[in-house]
Design a binder for this molecule. Sequence first.
Ligand SMILES: *[C@@H]1O[C@H](CO)[C@@H](O)[C@H](O)[C@H]1NC(C)=O
Ligand SMILES: *[C@@H]1O[C@H](CO)[C@@H](O)[C@H](O)[C@H]1NC(C)=O
Ligand SMILES: *[C@@H]1O[C@H](CO)[C@@H](O)[C@H](O)[C@H]1NC(C)=O
Length: 332
Amino acid sequence: MAVPLGLLLALLGCTTALDPALDEAWEGWKSLHAKEYPGEAEPIRREIWEKNLRRIQQHNWEQSQGQHSIRLAMNHHGDLTDEEFNQLLNGFTPARQERPALLFQPSKTLKTPLEVDWRAKGYVTPVKNQGHCGSCWAFSATGALEGLVFNRTGKLVVLSEQNLIDCSRQLGNAGCSGGYMTRAFQYVRDNGGLNSECVYPYTGTDTSGCRYNPRDRAANCSGVRTVPQGDEAALEQAVATVGPVSVAVDASGFQFHFYKSGIFSSVFCSQRVNHGMLAVGYGTSQDRGHNVSYWILKNSWSELWGEQGYIRLLKGADNQCGVADQASFPVL
Ligand SMILES: *[C@@H]1O[C@H](CO)[C@@H](O)[C@H](O)[C@H]1NC(C)=O
Ligand SMILES: *[C@@H]1O[C@H](CO)[C@@H](O)[C@H](O)[C@H]1NC(C)=O
Ligand SMILES: *[C@@H]1O[C@H](CO)[C@@H](O)[C@H](O)[C@H]1NC(C)=O
């Protein structure tokens, strides 16, 4: 007797116990983010998405009971497992034996402002989207260079990550497989410039050769400064006096992947940094009679993630997520 196909598939574990009550939500999510899957992939992706959705709902229920400070939300990465997410999106390689760069020297007497937000001063371009490419390091670097160019010229120019991905391999960067902000700055210095996004658009792939054109130079850099490792007070001075600063954090946790709002802190966040971001300021907010300080970090996971593409990360609390471990900025 022939076994009905549906039963066979179920026995082999090819179909999974999907929740029919989520059919409509799944279709809506797919259409919102223009997701299409070849036949067999769909139930697998749906199962991962349902698991993520349940974890998000559980977290937000706990948050409503006062157990967490942040809220989570489903986003366009909801069909990825934690492992896939980290492989595809967290492309910062922590430096073990970095070539010595000049250290930023914090002043002993400087009083920094209580709040800094370079977005309000015109230093920061709109939030970008790295796609499925571990190029966060390039986005972090262009962000710092965009601030530097604005400071010098008064013009906000969107700079090219693809230029860095395609052309900085000799310095040890690995395109979509990861890289370093400091080496991106060194490339711009050695190369004598960087092109704009407009003339050198983002493809999010490793396949093209270097197409830098010196006639279209949109940014320059003559050196790199690193912030003393783990020193949040020094990072605060750098952010307050220089402009946006490149940082790296541990972004490998589920709560980070689906962060929606609030001041982020997590016991699961380690100092093993793996994701490049841009510190564009800091501030303080009132929470149940306490002052809570935070860093304002720009991400490159589109405006759909977090607070319109940004995260507020707990500041002055044992170097949360390693935020001050690999901070650097370009100088001209
Ligand atoms: C550039 O930065 C310097 C200090 O580093 C500051 O004095 C100057 O006002 C800035 N220029 C602009 C256009 O923001
Ligand atoms: C960059 O540096 C080169 C060479 O030093 C110079 O000719 C050019 O004007 C600079 N461009 C910018 C945008 O600062
Ligand atoms: C919070 O910060 C404000 C402004 O700096 C200060 O006036 C106030 O005393 C602080 N409150 C607490 C509870 O520390």
